[in-house]
Design a protein. Structure first.
Length: 295
């Protein structure tokens, strides 16, 4: 078969792969948002900025210190996670008992500050980050040529997403995290330091955004605007999946990335709005999202 619905097979599968890669980024970023909102109740609009900072940490670590991609995969989440600790300890901890709108406004302001600082330092032109030597090249699958790095992005992203879901939903640590946010006084009575646990949860969400930034660095241009260009779509993904639903965010992110990719093949004019059209339909049918719980 040479074509699918009039589209050449290679073009169809290539766009499907691109949609799967984008869906992997959507899944990782929406995962971090879902963890932070689900456990802390904070609508973290700074998530896109943390994603951008993660990519810049990887680029700077190579440009200034010669540290390779594999080191950056560890270093960048640690650096941005430490920044998350600072944000939570100095700013967010004062907002937990207030309306979520205050957290949204604060984190939106932080995102604007971060974007402005990086635009001042690096300008708006994009920076290139090379694909690591181990993952260069492509594999011929017969029906298409698969770039090795894009395959790595999909495998790494989904592994991290599913691992995080298992940790939060299926382990004793995850149970303690959920209990600590729902009834902190009771958990504190068992000798668990709830404020530290909350801080580390926000730091973990920030680290996930940074990890996504490092994975994205070799396939896109690193710019101060890369986070703000993506965060609106990611919020739509989280809303469709259900605010606070970790598994919902992962599955919805991957599926919407694929749908967006296929839309570029069959109806390119709608590719930039298809996610928001789906969000509107889902909200009309199920306001809590596909995997969210009705209150």
């Amino acid at each position: 078969m040479d074509d699918i619905f009039g589209i050449p097979v290679q073009a169809f599968l290539g766009q499907l792969l691109l949609g799967l890669v984008n869906g992997s980024f959507y899944a990782m970023l929406s995962l971090g948002l879902a963890v932070i909102f689900g456990l802390l109740g904070i609508v973290n609009f700074a998530h896109g900025a943390l994603y951008m900072i993660g990519a810049y940490v990887a680029w700077l670590s190579f440009e200034k210190f010669g540290l390779n991609y594999w080191v950056a995969l560890v270093l960048s989440p640690l650096v941005v996670g430490a920044l998350g600790v600072l944000i939570e300890r100095t700013l967010l901890r004062h907002l937990y008992k207030l309306d979520p709108l205050y957290g949204l406004l604060l984190t939106f302001g932080l995102a604007l500050i971060a974007e402005g600082v990086f635009r001042e330092q690096f300008g708006v032109s994009g920076q290139q980050y090379a694909v690591p030597e181990l993952l260069q090249g492509a594999t011929d699958l017969g029906f298409m040529v698969l770039p090795n790095y894009r395959a790595w992005v999909v495998v790494a992203s989904l592994s991290v997403c599913l691992g995080t879901w298992f940790l939060v939903e299926k382990t004793r640590l995850g149970s303690t995290l959920r209990a600590g946010t729902e009834n902190p006084a009771l958990v504190q009575a068992f000798g668990i330091n709830v404020p530290v646990m909350v801080t580390l949860t926000y730091a973990a969400g920030a680290a996930l955004a940074a990890l996504a930034g490092v994975l994205a660095a070799p396939v896109i241009q690193i710019t101060p605007l890369m986070g703000s260009n993506l965060i609106i779509v990611v919020f739509a993904v989280v809303v469709i999946g259900g605010m606070g639903s970790i598994l919902g965010s992962i599955l919805t992110g991957v599926v919407l990335g694929v749908i967006e990719g296929l839309t570029k093949v069959f109806y390119p004019e709608a590719s930039s709005i298809v996610v928001f059209v789906i969000m509107a339909i889902v909200l009309m049918i199920r306001p809590a999202g596909l995997f969210g719980k009705e209150k």
